[in-house]
Design a protein around this ligand. Structure first.
Ligand code: FAD
Ligand code: EPU
Length: 338
């Protein structure tokens, strides 16, 4: 392994916090990864993809492996209308989505412009604009970091939920995802524009019967209008998950706050947008030193330059406490805090 020591991480993650990794290496193949795992003999490792969903609260002392395994390919037909397509864990997610769209392969268009790598996408079952990765996911390959075994995991093994999977629970820290397989439609595309903002944007674009490429364009426009570009302003997307409350609690909240947006879920629970709760508590646009709550989207915490991970975490804790005090709802971080 080509280990590097005392490596600055500021440019290797999107929050742009100035911390270092004691020991860092890039892996370009499953073979290199397996060799590294063998050498480590069960010692803990941390994995890094695009660094767009982590908050680093200090130097990373555990050896850090940057998963840069490349490759993407159409494997072949899957039933009548679908194709099985795979990408290596190190592929950039958005570039992979665009590559699929260029070949008129449908299913990922609503997930355009999500930062990060293909390998990290199943970890929190990435989702946006009415679609989640789980819907087009077929299976993945992952290396068990304890045994060095390469495993295949299907949708059931991955236990996907809202911003959740097996890899955030029982499988936490145990597996390196190396390759992800998707089932994408080659014809009769299912256009998903149930999310109001997509419909409005398509209308603005003058599009009546959208193609998958036009849906992607609409999603990109929406995202660019309200989410900060990490190249300009440090952030990790939504810092918190949208909380779910019981139908009874939702009813009480509706009576107390008739303006509160609520989204009933198939299981009877009700999702409440954390961005709305945070905005109501007065945090939107708030800044404390270099840590802040983004002015256009209250769910996004930002680093204006030299905030530490602790500064951002402290702000997140104050926001959490105020939302709980005002609404009796506990919001939980979506971002992985190291
Ligand atoms: P990293 O931040 O590098 O890692 C995240 C976690 O996955 C870590 O725990 C890491 O150890 C682990 N990991 C990384 N690679 C592997 C691997 N190969 N095998 C096993 N574990 C691994 N997310 C959404 O769901 N929807 C959105 O709309 C969305 N919008 C965003 C907008 C912005 C501006 C930003 C900055 C982030 C947004 N995110 C969104 C969050 C983020 O893009 C996703 O969670 C993405 O999948 C993270 O990928 P990454 O490669 O950057 O992961
Ligand atoms: N809202 C406010 N104030 C705000 C932000 C939002 O009142 O400052 C309200 C909006 O008015 C709207 C509702 O909250 O009624 C939802 O807002 P939005 O459509 O912006 O989506 P979100 O719930 O804030 C979620 C995901 C995003 C994803 C978008 C689009 C989570 C935690 N976040 O955000 O994912 O891109 O929907 O589907 O589920 C991410 O995970 O990092 C991420 C960016």
């Amino acid at each position: 392994m080509n280990w590097q020591y005392d490596v600055p991480l500021r440019r290797l993650h999107t929050f742009g916090v100035d911390v270092r990794a004691s020991k860092y290496a890039v892996v370009h193949s499953v073979g290199e990864l397996a060799e590294c795992v063998r050498q480590m003999q069960g010692e803990p490792l941390r994995l890094l993809g695009g660094g767009s969903n982590i908050l680093l609260t200090g130097d990373v002392e555990t050896p850090l492996l940057h998963v840069c395994i490349p490759g993407r390919q159409v494997e072949g037909p899957y039933g009548n209308d679908e194709l099985l397509v795979w990408a290596g864990a190190g592929e950039n997610w958005h570039k992979f989505v665009q590559w699929c769209l260029q070949q008129d392969l449908g299913g990922l268009e609503n997930l355009s412009l999500i930062p990060g790598s293909v390998g990290a996408a199943p970890i929190q079952n990435i989702g946006a604009y009415g679609v989640e990765l789980a819907e087009v996911f077929d299976h993945l390959e992952a290396l068990d970091l304890q045994t060095g075994q390469l495993l295949v995991m299907d949708r059931q093994d991955c236990a996907f939920g809202y911003r959740d999977s097996f890899f955030k629970r029982a499988g936490l820290g145990r597996f390196a995802i190396t390759k992800v397989f998707f089932r994408l439609r080659a014809r009769d595309h299912r256009i998903r524009c149930d999310y109001g903002a997509i419909r409005d944007t398509l209308k603005d674009m003058g599009v009546d019967k959208p193609s998958i490429q036009e849906v992607a364009q609409a999603v990109i426009r929406i995202r660019q209008s309200k989410l900060p570009d990490p190249a300009e302003l440090g952030n990790a997307g939504s810092f918190f998950k949208n909380p779910e409350v019981s139908a009874e609690q939702a009813q009480c909240l509706r009576e107390a706050y008739p303006q509160m947006p609520q989204y009933p879920q198939p299981d009877g629970r009700v999702k409440v947008p954390a961005g709305w709760l945070i905005e109501q508590c007065g945090w939107k646009g708030y800044r404390e030193g270099d840590a802040g709550c983004y002015e256009k989207q209250a769910l996004v915490l930002v680093n204006y330059g030299y905030a530490t991970g602790a500064d951002i975490l402290h702000l997140a804790q104050r926001i959490t406490a105020s939302v709980q005090e005002r609404f009796g709802i506990v919001i939980a971080p979506e971002v992985n805090i190291w």
